[in-house]
Write a protein that binds this ligand. Structure first.
Ligand code: SAM
Length: 254
């Protein structure tokens, strides 16, 4: 794309969602750093425009001179209760991007983990569509919180023909209970901070505490990592991830 621009002088608007990993700037990829350096403008979600959001803090730790425009997002509640406020904030954020995209800028939106996994990025793209912008969208993959937790705890997430369920526990443990039906399935649980004690209790009832780990605020200064039976009565931070490995592995599972 850059070569085509150099030879033709043409430039069209581009919106790129850049995954910046869960917290440690060391987990930013070279592709993410390259895309950030090339962008005309870098934007980042925050819940308070006076305070950098986590994604902004990660990229400015790696690139201290990077200019970042903050977009206000409503993230107070991920469930149905906050839907109206969330959608309104997506539209307001999209409206701020419109003049830049209409001037054919390359705009980079930074987001925690990977932009295609439970990210606000697709909602922002959708809101831009509602405002009539249907330009080119790209994503740069990021390292997810569950990959970081597996590495941090020395957990082999999948082996041989095992499968993986990535579920949420935002409103309770129903999705976790469903996933536990298959003992050969690894389970990753996102958004379970408020229900972390119920998650631990369910895993105990189903005999799946063995090897199950949690990671809270991974990569941040107050990171907490441990086996799930250490989690206590909870609640934990919204930024908590649980990994439950499959049961009954053989040594020669590959
Ligand atoms: C809105 S989702 C974002 C997921 C992200 N796009 C990814 O690919 O990992 C938020 C959930 O991701 C997990 N998460 C993201 N960053 C985390 C971190 N630093 N430590 C622990 N969990 C994290 C938590 O389960 C949190 O509730």
């Amino acid at each position: 794309m850059a070569d085509r621009e150099a030879s033709t002088g043409d430039k069209t608007a581009l919106l790129t969602g850049i995954g910046v990993g869960p917290g440690d700037p060391g987990l930013l990829t070279l592709a993410a750093l390259d895309a950030l350096r090339r962008a005309d403008r870098v934007v980042a979600p925050t819940t308070d425009t006076d305070v950098p959001g986590r994604a902004e803090s990660i990229v400015t730790a790696a690139l201290p001179d990077l200019a970042v425009d903050r977009l206000l997002f409503d993230m107070s509640r991920d469930g149905a209760g906050g839907e109206v406020a969330r959608k309104a904030s997506h539209l307001a954020a999209a409206a701020r991007l419109l003049p830049w995209l209409s001037s054919d800028e390359h705009v980079a939106f930074v987001t925690l983990g990977d932009p295609n996994i439970y990210s606000t990025f697709p909602s922002l793209v959708h809101a831009l569509g509602d405002l009539g912008w249907h330009g080119t969208v790209a994503t740069v993959p990021g390292i997810t919180a569950f990959q970081a937790l597996a590495a941090e705890t020395g957990t082999v997430l999948l082996d041989g023909t095992e499968s993986l369920s990535l579920v949420t526990a935002l409103d309770g443990v129903d999705h976790v209970a469903d996933a536990l039906e298959d003992p050969e399935r690894a389970i990753v649980i996102y958004k379970g901070g408020r229900h972390i004690a119920a998650v631990a209790q369910l895993l105990a009832e189903r005999g799946r505490l063995g090897g199950a780990v949690f990671g809270e605020r991974l990569g941040l200064d107050d990171q907490r990592v441990g086996s799930i039976d250490e989690v206590g009565d909870g609640p934990a931070s919204y930024l908590v991830t649980v990994v439950v490995p499959p049961t009954g592995r053989s040594e020669s599972g590959r």
